[in-house]
Design a protein around this ligand. Structure first.
Ligand SMILES: [Zn+2]
Length: 191
């Protein structure tokens, strides 16, 4: 009964009772009043029955998960003729602790017709995109718009970072010229 009452991972609000000091050591995110341990924050209770400790870890506010409309930063992990897979590692300005898988379809790259994803991005590129739909935690992206597209691209021949020259990108190391759908601030370090 007691163990159930103190289940770990339970969502708690400030002031909520978590246990008594005879049972547990109060740790981060808690306070003690009259021998009773309370949560100090909005979060999830973490009860360590082995070491008899209790803490509350915060529930993050805001866009910890990409949502429809979120501007995200990701790395291209795979490119097929019609589709690229992108690992989202940043939502807005917030870096994520893990990454989310997303897809960019060739029809969502720009308003004009695009024949092949290989003219849009390559594996390893860093891309800025908007989330346009989500289903079963798979996100679909769009790079329509001037501020969206590849922000860093790497030479498919030698891996060197490509520099922008007019509407194309070139490799200062091996001289290869490549195409991408680039963002207006390509290569300026703003991700
Ligand atoms: Zn190169």
């Amino acid at each position: 009964m007691l163990e159930q009452k103190h289940s770990s991972g339970r969502f708690v609000l400030p002031g909520e009772q978590l246990g008594v000091i005879e049972e547990f050591m109060p740790e981060s995110g808690t306070y003690v009043k009259d021998g009773i341990i309370h949560s100090k924050i909005v979060g999830y209770a973490l009860i360590d029955f082995h070491d008899r400790k209790v803490s509350v870890y915060p529930r993050f506010h805001g866009a910890r998960f990409p949502r429809v409309g979120s501007i995200v930063i990701g790395q291209v992990s795979n490119v097929q003729p019609q589709m690229a897979t992108v690992r989202i590692f940043k939502v807005g300005k917030r870096p994520l602790s893990g990454f989310f898988t997303s897809m960019l379809h060739v029809s969502d790259v720009q308003l004009r017709f695009v024949e092949s994803m290989f003219d849009v991005c390559r594996t390893g590129d860093i891309i800025r995109a908007e989330v346009i739909s989500e289903k079963n935690r798979i996100y679909h992206l769009s790079t329509k718009g001037k501020s969206l597209g590849v922000v860093y691209a790497f030479c498919s021949n030698c891996g060197y970072m490509l520099e922008q020259k007019y509407r194309e990108l070139y490799c200062a190391r091996c001289g290869k010229v490549e195409k991408r759908k680039i963002a207006a601030d390509y290569g300026r370090g703003i991700i």
